[in-house]
Design a protein around this ligand. Structure first.
Ligand code: SIN
Length: 282
């Protein structure tokens, strides 16, 4: 069905589209927001290039699609808008992180529904692209026998896997980690998730937070998890974006993985907002 209020240019059949005809400095009407949401559901990640907005406008845009999550437990935030997480690296080797495939905050019982990312500073040296992968496309690429095998499996997702060491190394690390472990215990999610809005099935595992598949032997659970991650990370399911300042991306966190490349040597600053999601279901 065509979009009445926006222009949508798909980047490939699996994932990704550029949305044009929207200025986030202006208040969006309900029909335009409905089209934008549909574009996200259809293409999983959408790009709105050159949106010269600040944190307040980014928040207003995000709020048209859901409830904003509380501040992230580890990352810095914009002081005047604490729901906006700052992902900032100066390009020196010590500052680089985030170059592991993940789905945002799957360590929560209800991982984020969507993420809105705004580029404030793009590396002058080039690099720092972000890639996304469609977990629907990955699931559909599995052979029917493997799909049957994993259909009812669950996996454990753990905050500690990614953040444990860095939190421990920070100021007051032991106390913070002790608090976080109580507040953010490991969570069990289905390995195959049915999308709550489209009904389409997708894989729901990632290398950053998925600790193991439940109910299997040690060797099996590691190998099957690694195999599923490798299938999901295949280039067939991906789209890649090279950032320019003020580009904005919104993605459906229920059916995508993403990774930020660390191949840059000058500052990169992104503002991120995540929207509350629901409990993943088989
Ligand atoms: C993220 O991992 O949520 C942010 C990705 C990026 O900085 O490109």
């Amino acid at each position: 069905m065509p979009y009445a209020n926006i222009e949508v240019r798909p980047l490939n059949p699996a994932i990704g589209a550029v949305v044009e005809g929207v200025d986030l400095n202006l208040e969006l009407d309900d029909d335009t927001c409905r089209d934008i949401r549909r574009a996200m559901l259809d293409h999983h990640v959408i790009f709105l290039p050159g949106q010269r907005i600040g944190p307040a406008e980014q928040l207003a845009f995000a709020r048209r699609f859901g409830e904003v999550e509380p501040p992230h437990p580890v990352f810095d935030v914009v002081p005047e808008a604490p729901e906006v997480t700052v992902i900032e690296q100066d390009g020196t080797a010590a500052s680089l992180y985030n170059d592991v495939w993940h789905t945002d905050v799957t360590f929560r019982e209800k991982p984020a529904m969507a993420t809105v990312l705004h580029c404030r500073t793009a590396p002058e040296t080039g690099g720092g692209d972000t890639l996304w992968a469609s977990l629907h496309s990955a699931y559909e690429a599995l052979s029917p026998k493997v799909r049957d095998m994993i259909e009812d499996m669950t996996a454990t997702h753990d905050y500690y896997m990614s953040f444990g060491e860095s939190v421990l190394a920070g100021r007051g690390g032991i106390e913070k980690l002790a608090r976080d472990i109580v507040a953010l215990p490991p969570r069990e999610h289905p390995v195959v998730r049915t999308h709550p809005e489209t009904g389409r099935k997708g894989l729901f595992v990632n290398r950053t937070f998925t600790k193991h598949i439940n109910g299997l032997g040690y060797v099996e659970r590691d190998h099957i998890l690694r195999m599923l991650c490798e299938v999901a990370e295949h280039p067939n399911h991906q789209v890649r974006w090279t950032w320019r300042p003020y580009d904005l991306a919104m993605w459906d966190n229920r059916c995508t993985l993403h990774i930020a490349t660390s191949n840059f040597t000058s500052p990169r600053r992104m503002h991120r907002i995540t929207l509350l999601g629901d409990k993943p279901c088989h």
